[in-house]
Ligand binder design. Structure first.
Ligand SMILES: N[C@@H](CCC(=O)N[C@@H](CS)C(=O)NCC(=O)O)C(=O)O
Length: 214
């Protein structure tokens, strides 16, 4: 069975928990305490991932790090429908583009959350400014898509691009990045939450039970 080296509060680990839930893939969680334990920097974990970062998966001895890379692997190897990473060349190109944007979101919106929730010494203004620049682009893209009849980032149906970008957009208010000015982005969040087998995480609630809609 697939092992996921996991912290429940990590949005990058959640990307994979969410995706494996969406495709109904069983897995086992190996807890790694990110904060305050810093177990991702322990010698034992550095032997698994010398970058000292979560998440990592181990699929019967095939060890892979990086949430985006892992999404590509899981969708290719374990999704019998092949819907989440379609083989069409142009769709794949767009998925790759949004996987790259997901990494930019991690570097900005996730960093702002780490600053505000765990006191990480990041330049909070720069993190928030970069996140807002990205969110404004995504807002335009999604609003255009709605006019064209496309509700998802890379295609007419959800792909791993949506899964990769979703967590740190939805968690952005925890880093002081409010979503009030991004209505299309908020509608997309609700569409993701309405997917069959959607699961949440601390700070991301299933559709209809948000205590504080953003
Ligand atoms: N590109 C990596 C980034 C992973 C990442 O930043 N993980 C965080 C936890 S959510 C981490 O381990 N940070 C520790 C560090 O970067 O030293 C991915 O997408 O998986």
């Amino acid at each position: 069975m697939i092992k996921l080296y996991n912290d429940e509060l990590s949005g990058n680990c959640y990307k994979l928990r969410l995706f494996m839930s969406l495709i109904g893939l069983p897995y086992e969680r190996v807890p790694v305490n990110f904060y305050p334990g810093r177990e991702h920097k322990d010698e034992a974990f550095l032997r698994i991932n010398s970058f000292g970062q979560l998440p990592v998966v181990d699929d019967e001895g095939y060890v892979l790090r990086d949430a985006q890379a892992i999404l590509v692997y899981l969708a290719t190897r374990h999704d019998p429908t092949q819907r989440w990473f379609p083989s069409d060349a142009q769709v794949r190109g767009r998925v790759a583009l949004w996987l790259s944007v997901a990494e930019d979101i991690t570097r900005s919106a996730s960093a702002a959350r780490l600053h505000d929730t765990f006191a990480y010494p990041f330049d909070i203004k720069a993190c928030r400014d970069t996140a807002h620049t990205l969110f404004a682009h995504i807002e335009d893209h999604l609003a255009d898509g709605e006019i064209e009849g496309r509700g998802w980032l890379a295609d007419n149906t959800p792909t791993i691009a949506d899964v990769a970008c979703f967590p740190y957009v939805a968690l952005a208010p925890e880093g002081g990045i409010m979503l009030a000015h991004y209505p299309a982005l908020r509608r997309w969040i609700q569409r993701v939450k309405a997917l069959p087998n959607f699961i949440g995480m601390p700070g991301i609630f299933a559709a209809g039970i948000d205590p504080q809609p953003c």
